[in-house]
Ligand binder design. Sequence first.
Ligand code: 3PG
Length: 209
Amino acid sequence: MTVSINQVMTTSPVMPVMVINQIEQAVPLARALVDGGLKVLEITLRTPVALECIRRIKAEVPDAIVGAGTIINTQTLRQAIDAGAQFIVSPGLTPSLLDEGLSCGVPILPGVITPSEVMRLLEKGITAMKFFPAEAAGGIPMLKSIGGPLPQVTFCPTGGVNPKNAPDYLALNNVACVGGSWMAPADLVDAGDWAEITRRAAGAAALKK
Ligand code: 3PG
C-alpha cells in the first residue's frame, strides 16, 4: 500500500522509533504497538536485522505503516525500499540522499535543525520534516521561533521527547506528530513485555494533536 507523507505525519500522534536486535522480536513488537493504537512505525537501520524486520512486519502486521529510519546514505535508502519500507526517515540530509529520496517513490522525512536546512528542503518541495535532535537543538522554543518566518513547515520532533513533554510539542501549530523510543525501550523488548508496550502505546496514541 502506498502512503502519503500526510498519512505518515497524521495517522498517529507519536511515531515509535524502534531499535530491534532480534528478528523474532519484530512482529510481536509491531503488533504490540499497533494494538495500542500506534500504526506508523519507524524501524531504525541500526541493527543487522533491521531490513529483515521491515520485511516481516510488512508481511505479517498489515495494519502497520512501516518506515525505515536512520537512513544516512543512498545505499541504505535503496535497501530499505527493497525491503518494503513505506517511508524513509533520516536524522539529517545530504544532497545525494535528497536526490535519491525525491525519486525513490515513497515519502521521505529528512531531519533538520536550522532555518537554512528548512529552506533547502522547501526549495525541493518538502514541507514535512523531522526536527532532530529535538530537545538538544532547542526544543519547543526553537520550533516556535522557526514557525514565525517558516509557518508552512510541519515537524516531527524526535530526540529527547517523552510522555511528559510530548503534549507540549503536540500543542504547537507546526508539529503534526512526535517521535520517541519510550513506548518500546530495549529492556521491555528484551523481556518480551508486549503488554506493557501496548499499554505505553495506548497512552501515546491517546495524546491529543
Ligand atoms: C533516537 O535517536 O533513537 C531517536 O531520536 C529517539 O530518541 P529518544 O530515545 O530520545 O526518544
